[in-house]
Design a protein around this ligand. Structure first.
Ligand code: AIR
Length: 183
């Protein structure tokens, strides 16, 4: 994690692993419905750190903290946030509620659930009514990682150096696979 108030290449504020503090300006916010989602969603946090993206991670629930969720997301654009990642499980309405309160791109990550293995979360997140879009990723860890990579790609549309970092990431990934040996 970068020290607070150290300027980073892609934002006006500081990178933060879990909750930017006073005066920082994240480019991405990573919300999750419960702390029980953190083990999976830390992959989004780690990926954003890898790319040096100022971000903050927070627990907010569409059902347990509805007013606070609305207020936080409604204020995101004014803080300089450019992408919202929202993860929830079960009756996973967090991403949809976020999308209702902002015109920033919202990426939904369905969490795997105990009873229905995340199919409930997936359908709750993906089946948005026309007019309020949520870009929905895969269930669980792949979705968490890809949400962060997609956020980087969205930020990269106006930042050539960030796009270059994505190409370098792809190249490293390719080389790793090409080097695989099977015993
Ligand atoms: N959740 C929390 N508020 C609304 C929803 N849908 C989700 C969380 C978590 C699941 O409920 O995102 O995936 C279980 O939460 P907990 O706190 O009971 O472990």
């Amino acid at each position: 994690m970068t020290e607070q108030n150290q300027p980073l290449p892609y934002g006006r504020g500081s990178e933060s692993g879990r909750g930017a503090e006073g005066g920082t300006s994240p480019l991405v916010i990573v919300l999750m419905g419960s702390k029980s989602d953190w083990e999976v969603m830390r992959q989004a946090d780690e990926t954003l750190k890898e790319f040096g993206i100022p971000h903050e991670c927070r627990v907010l629930s569409a059902h347990r903290t509805p007013a606070e969720t609305a207020e936080y997301v409604a204020g995101a654009e004014a803080r300089g946030v450019e992408v919202v990642i929202a993860a929830a499980g079960g009756a996973a309405h967090l991403a949809g509620v976020c999308a209702a309160h902002t015109v920033l791109p919202v990426l939904g990550v369905p969490m795997e659930s105990a009873s229905l293995k995340g199919l409930d979360s997936l359908l709750s997140t993906v089946q948005m009514p026309a007019g309020i879009p949520v870009g929905t990723l895969a269930i669980g860890p792949a979705g968490a990682r890809n949400a962060a990579l997609l956020a980087v790609a969205i930020l990269g549309t106006g930042r050539p150096d960030l796009r270059e970092k994505l190409w370098q990431f792809r190249e490293r990934q390719k080389q790793k696979i090409l080097k695989e040996t099977l015993a």
